[in-house]
Design a protein around this ligand. Structure first.
Ligand SMILES: [Zn+2]
Length: 347
């Protein structure tokens, strides 16, 4: 069987040329059927010979501001192709935080060492986030501020006075494909930074980079890139467990500038992190940014540690130096794919 020469259009099943990079690409006939949510036909093009992506409503030539489109009612994603032109792929479906029973129990036991939250509360939070996973907008969830208690008296006072406090619960992503034996990769972020110009008494509970929200995964420029990086792993069949080094972030009393955690509390978070690694038994851990990298280097997780600059725009200079080329979205994703699989494909 020449299965390495052909793949099948995921919409009409017609055989098309095999593409390692775009296994979910649709055929030319289906490509020509792309329309928006109202059924208006869409046309795509590059911005220039250097690539870029441009979409218009075919009849009116009105600019179409999204990459999401539909072919025969199936949600697709149009984007610039690696070597020019446009590629249209069927959006794979992902699952959010579908922990195994023993995993959620163990995870709760560890989180409970730093957050005063019951397993029922934790599972209820994950459940509501699962329900919101494909919904647009930015729904918020809060818990009382006493969910965290510092082991340092003077820090506890600053915690109570803080203008705003952030708490993120870890998230787990995987492709929705009925495969239950996926290997796990852990990505460590820094902390649940929040912004606010006035005091917020309750704590906004989210997940790292709020990737449980569709608009954060697909619309917001920075966080969309973070999920694009994660998707590289998901689409290759890995589970990605995403967690922050510090699960709590605390601001000054009079502004939303962050303050360092007390030593005792930081040490507690490091212990949780070591336990998380034991629960999920990753084949590799990845850090984004120096703060996370230093924290992981300070402990021994007995697993390969792959370090990357933070994917946010603030680290563009570091990315440029590392890659030896402009820190475009495409270049970063390709570099990430190459580096991560240089290790994972050897396993
Ligand atoms: Zn087709």
């Amino acid at each position: 069987m020449a299965s390495n020469i052909y793949q099948h259009c995921p919409i009409c099943s017609k055989p098309i040329l095999y593409s390692e990079r775009y296994p979910r690409a649709v055929c030319e006939t289906c490509y020509d059927k792309a329309c928006d949510a109202h059924g208006r036909k869409l046309s795509f093009s590059n911005v220039s010979i250097d690539g870029g992506f441009n979409a218009v409503v075919t009849d009116t030539q009105e600019e179409y501001q999204s990459h999401t489109c539909y072919v025969e009612g199936v949600e697709c994603w149009a984007d610039e192709a690696r070597f020019g032109g446009i590629v249209l792929v069927v959006m794979p479906k992902y699952l959010f935080s579908r922990f195994q029973a023993n995993e959620i129990e163990s995870l709760h036991r560890e989180l409970f060492k730093v957050l005063n939250i019951s397993q029922d509360q934790l599972q209820a939070l994950y459940k509501v986030m699962q329900q919101e996973f494909e919904v647009g907008g930015y729904p918020e969830h809060t818990l009382p501020r006493n969910i965290f208690h510092s082991h340092d008296e003077s820090f506890q006072k600053r915690y109570e006075e803080a203008l705003v406090v952030g708490v993120d619960i870890p998230s787990l992503f995987e492709r929705d494909d009925n495969i239950s034996s996926k290997k796990t990769v852990i990505i460590f972020g820094q902390d649940p930074l929040r912004k606010s110009n006035k005091r917020v008494e309750e704590i906004g509970i989210a997940t790292p980079y709020a990737l449980h929200l569709k608009d954060c995964r697909e619309k917001l420029r920075n966080t969309r890139l973070y999920f694009d990086l994660i998707k590289v792993l998901l689409d290759a069949g890995y589970r990605v467990y995403l967690t922050d080094i510090s699960k709590v972030w605390v601001s000054e009393a009079n502004c939303d500038r962050g303050i360092p955690l007390s030593k005792q509390d930081y040490a507690r978070f490091i212990q949780v992190l070591e336990a998380e690694s034991k629960i999920f038994e990753p084949v590799a851990v990845i850090t984004w940014g120096q703060v996370a990298s230093k924290a992981i280097k300070s402990i021994n997780l007995n697993v390969k540690h792959l370090e990357f600059p933070h994917p946010s725009g603030a680290a563009n200079g570091t990315w440029r130096k590392l890659m030896g080329k402009p820190a475009t979205r495409e270049n970063r994703i390709n570099y990430w794919r190459q580096e991560v699989f240089a290790y994972l494909s050897r396993l």
